[in-house]
Design a binder for this molecule. Structure first.
Ligand SMILES: [Zn+2]
Ligand SMILES: [Zn+2]
Length: 376
């Protein structure tokens, strides 16, 4: 793929093993590193919770049946469980200890940390399951930065609502932010994070709000009607990093054309101007028109176009250094759509909506996953 605007990594921190042939083509390994382990499905808030691990199992089985995992240019790596030291680059250790305790004694979860709540119920093994997602994102990030792979994929990652000191919105540990902190520790000077999940990427934005080395971009349904209630256009970053937070808040009912235009006309030019060395994307598929908890009207075709655009952008700006994360994909249910959008007069305070718990806990499984595959 042509590279019209080569990235300019900081001197001394270029990934190893890069070279060009006489035609200028990259001869670096073109491998895509995909992290997967059935143990990822242990991140399970229990029966009836909207974010069921079945979406991960279905995605992995689809990858296997399509032969993606067996392709010569795809390497499937197993996820380590992130260490406390790695988690501590983003999270308060008091919070980590609270998650570990909740995983050992789910009935004794400390709700001050957002766990044991309606959105983030405690479950046995919560710490290990959550830290494994971080370990997976870190593994593919290291593969991409060190040149072992061109692209990295963790379709189980993208826990973008997790805050340094608390869980939120089905997210316990913020794998994207831990990966970003790891890259910064290697000397990377410019990292772009683009979040096309239907919810505002508030946790990642918060973690890097005042860091001029990290641009966070989020396209989402407006916080006036949807969890987490943040992410407005005037939110542009902290005093030392003005302009490095980008928020495009869209009204309920936004369709393919407007959603793609928001990406192409707003996000892409700004990221080009920032000229990142690494691209990290959060590709939650809950913008899909059948998602039961949000109200955009996006098709799989448009989601595919967005992902292809992000892929092209990674080659144009970052020599292909791209870490693609999944997350947002709740159970598809036509019956839930009948409940209609959350009233603008009463912003949702939980990701599961302002509707009574029993409304979403009783939602039947449709059997169809809205999770999308990331094109390698
Ligand atoms: Zn590529
Ligand atoms: Zn989401």
């Amino acid at each position: 793929m042509p590279d019209p605007s080569p990235s300019t990594p900081a001197a001394g921190v270029l990934p190893q093993d890069q070279s060009q042939d006489q035609n200028g083509a990259q001869t670096q390994d073109q491998t895509t590193s995909v992290v997967w382990d059935p143990a990822f499905t242990r991140y399970n808030f229990g029966p009836g919770h909207p974010m069921s691990p079945v979406r991960l199992d279905l995605t992995a089985r689809l990858c296997e049946e399509l032969g993606l995992f067996a392709q010569d240019d795809v390497v499937v790596v197993n996820p380590p469980v992130a260490s406390d030291e790695e988690l501590a680059t983003v999270h308060d250790m008091g919070y980590v200890q609270a998650v570990r305790h909740a995983g050992e004694h789910p009935d004794d979860a400390d709700q001050r940390f957002g766990i044991g709540t309606e959105d983030d119920p405690a479950f046995v093994g919560m710490h290990e399951a959550s830290a494994r997602i971080v370990g997976g994102t870190l593994a593919v990030t290291k593969d991409v930065w060190t040149g072992r792979a061109r692209h990295g994929v963790n379709f189980c990652g993208g826990m973008h609502h997790a805050m340094p000191d608390r869980a939120a919105g089905f997210c316990i540990y913020n794998d994207a932010s831990v990966a970003i902190e790891w890259l910064l520790a290697q000397g990377v000077e410019r990292i772009a994070y683009i979040d096309i999940d239907v919810h505002h990427g508030d946790g990642v934005e918060r973690c890097h709000w005042n860091d001029p080395r990290v641009m966070t971009c989020s396209i989402h349904e407006t916080g006036r009607v949807l969890f987490p209630g943040t992410g407005f256009p005037g939110d542009i970053g902290g005093p030392d990093a003005m302009g490095t937070a980008v928020n495009v808040a869209l009204p309920p009912g936004t369709g393919d054309a407007a959603w793609l235009r928001a990406l192409h006309a707003s996000i892409v030019p700004l990221v080009r101007a920032f000229n990142p060395q690494v691209l990290i994307t959060q590709q939650g598929c809950d913008s899909h028109f059948q998602d039961p908890l949000a109200h955009l009207a996006i098709s799989v075709d448009a989601q595919r176009q967005a992902m292809e655009a992000l892929h092209r952008l990674s080659h144009e700006l970052c020599d292909g250094r791209w870490i693609a994360l999944g997350e947002g994909a709740t159970r598809s249910s036509r019956s839930c759509r009948a409940a209609g959008p959350t009233s603008p007069a009463s912003p949702a305070t939980t990701r599961s909506g302002s509707t009574p718990r029993s409304r979403w806990r009783g939602t039947p499984m449709s059997g169809s996953a809205t999770t999308c595959l990331v094109p390698p």
